[in-house]
Design a protein around this ligand. Sequence first.
Ligand code: GRG
Length: 269
Amino acid sequence: MKNNIDVTYVDELIDKFVVLGDDKVCQAMRYSLESGGKRVRPLLLLNVCNGICGNISENAQRLAVALECVHTYSLIHDDLPCMDNDVLRRGKPTCHVAYGETAAVLAGDGLLSYAMQIALGGNFAETNYSLACKFLFDRCGVGGMILGQTLDIFGQTNNVLQANDVALHKTADLFRAAIVCGGITSGVTDSQLQTLDEIAQKLGVAFQVVDDLLDVDKCEKSFLSVLSKNDCVAYAEQLTAEALQLIQCLPYDLTYLQNFAQFNLKRTK
Ligand code: GRG
């Protein structure tokens, strides 16, 4: 069992696997990758591995870093003038404000390609690694995170079902990639993978509900546009309780997941 799977450890893995040049696009990629993200998704993946098999393989490290690259690209593109047009992210100028729109588009593209390069550089002789790579990139694509963004931008969010559908793809799909890939690389059974997937969906939607509660200015296309504040809190609590119950069905030490689920309800950023 490894101790201290924390933000510092994830940062070390990012330094190990993301080796960039010094041109403007690489600078923009580095700027966003190193601007204070919480590293939620890689931490979930690595801690699930550690809790299940007490070991973190290089393949798992690669998937964790690839996932953070995908997450970072999604934020850069989401902030662009043609999407949310945000000027601040994590209290700092967004990538396109700091480096210009063209470099920011390319930085997002670069991070997505880099994620594939890191994942494809892994050891495919290891059981089920190809399955883990497929699962990760399926969850990023047009049936996953991109679908979430498509529903968010071009669809309607008039009721809880629609808001839930957006959150399941925009947010929960990368949580599924994290938690299920942690399970795949640790060799759990298919039925345990199914349970991990259900836990991930509940935690992912709960994360988005709390995100909307923390961003009260965003009144459109938010859980707050279809539920009262109290009902949002109750919904996040209900999803968390369901996730915690499912975690207890698994025969592993998943204390990290339990703590994360509770922490999410109290987080302030
Ligand atoms: C690929 C064109 C394109 C768009 C990407 C999904 C998406 C579309 C953008 C993500 C924008 C967004 C706000 C998604 C919701 C998920 C979410 C709550 C993101 C913030 O995650 P944190 O809190 O971020 O983990 P940090 O800053 O800690 O890395």
